[in-house]
Design a protein around this ligand. Structure first.
Ligand code: GLP
Length: 258
């Protein structure tokens, strides 16, 4: 895993945008896996600005989102479909995008079809991920199988509390979600994880330096051959090898830079 420590979330988001821009330059018809939450907001703003300025062209790209709340229609302002529309796709116009349907009448079948759609698109080239404060990726809560595929999950009380700030009250946060599995995520050609703020420091350390364990689903990314983790200083605070990661980045050969 490559670990890049930036001064703040804005710097980190610019680095992430550069990686996605390179992906689209190298392969305009890329399949991007995308995430929601507050973490990618600066990145999405940057990508929109780059697309509007003609610096990148997402018009041939396909996107698949990681997850969606069960029971919220795409028109609900807190649905992840509405989030993606508002924060990315209105201005960053991809050829097509997919998100699990939280209103599906047959969730098991829908999840299998979502997996099939990813396969038919040729698989995900670059998967963007945020990190839950409990170490979840997508909505794969602690205890999730590291081989899991897209399926229904029940949120932990902690995630409900973390995500309640986007809703009028914690009672309004759905208890169930559809999420790509850890196995689905590991199938991507490359993964890009962002984590900002001191409230993510423990999860970052567990993900990058802890044991590979279902207790921290993000730790499964240690098994991924091409995973980049970009953090700000507060999120890096508990990394034991942080000086080494800085050293690696400072000495990175030019040809490896985006
Ligand atoms: C949410 C999402 C994840 C996201 C994570 C962190 O529950 N399902 O995809 O990465 O939790 O959220 P945030 O970026 O708001 O801290």
């Amino acid at each position: 895993m490559e670990i890049i420590i930036k001064a703040d979330a804005q710097e980190a988001s610019l680095e992430a945008a550069a990686l996605i821009a390179r992906q689209l330059r190298v392969k305009p018809e890329s399949v991007l896996g995308l995430a929601t939450g507050s973490t990618p907001l600066r990145l999405y703003e940057r990508l929109c600005a780059m697309a509007e300025a003609g610096a990148i062209d997402p018009s041939q790209a396909t996107a698949f989102n990681l997850d969606e709340y069960v029971g919220l229609p795409g028109t609900h302002p807190q649905s992840y479909a509405a989030f993606m529309q508002a924060h990315l796709f209105e201005r960053f116009k991809v050829a097509r995008w997919h998100i699990p349907n939280g209103m599906s009448a047959d969730i098991a079948r829908h999840c299998a079809q979502y997996e099939e759609a990813i396969r038919e698109a040729g698989g995900i080239d670059l998967q963007l991920l945020g990190l839950g404060s409990d170490g979840h990726i997508g909505f794969n809560e602690p205890g999730s199988s590291l081989a899991s595929r897209t399926r229904l999950k029940t949120l932990t009380a902690r995630t409900v509390a973390d995500n309640a700030l986007h809703f009028a009250s914690p009672e309004e946060v759905p208890r169930h979600v559809i999420t790509m599995g850890v196995g689905t995520i590991l199938d991507a050609q490359a993964c890009l994880v962002l984590a900002f703020g001191e409230q993510k420091a423990r999860a970052v350390a567990a993900m990058a330096e802890g044991p590979v364990s279902a207790s921290c689903p993000a730790s499964a990314l240690q098994m991924h051959p091409v995973c980049t983790l970009i953090v700000d200083e507060p999120a890096a605070a508990l990394l034991e090898r942080r000086d080494y990661y800085r050293w690696v980045y400072e000495n990175k050969p030019d040809w490896q830079r985006p």
